[in-house]
Write a protein that binds this ligand. Sequence first.
Ligand code: IDP
Ligand code: MG
Length: 153
Amino acid sequence: MSDRTLIIVKPDGVQRKFVGEIMSRFEKKGFKLVGAKFMQVTEDLASKHYAVHKGKPFFDGVVKYLASSPVMVMVWEADGIIPMARKMMGATFGFNAEPGTIRGDFSCSKGYNLIHGSDSPESAEYEIGLYFSNNELVDYSFADEDWLYGQND
Ligand code: IDP
Ligand code: MG
């Protein structure tokens, strides 16, 4: 199985109608959608999600942010997807994210940055487990996988 990452269109992304735009960018890139859930995150789940940031000054704020309004939670799959998706998201703060990235194109805020993406295989495994059970993730093939994933070398 190839690599998987947890992507969330955060509350500002849903409120600002970027669910389709963000899914479309990943879909056009060739990533495979293997799970999706539109949901309201509780503060309890949000603090588990951001547990790694516990004790930092922005922890309470980011927990409230993620639980403030519904989100679109997705698992996408491709070899090497974790760093690829992070590049497509752009730097953490919209105001210094590169143009061409999701945050760089659509956000100029600091904390409100539209999207979450796992930053390592370990965090992906942890985060996917917070939102999905195994039977909610679908294994399937695309008919054009050779064109999408072939290396030609
Ligand atoms: P990432 O989302 O690019 O991985 P992290 O450093 O993991 O960035 O931070 C998690 C989230 O916490 C960010 O996406 C952002 O929403 C929020 N955040 C991080 N640092 C700050 C800050 O200094 N002020 C306000 N919010 C922050
Ligand atoms: Mg992070």
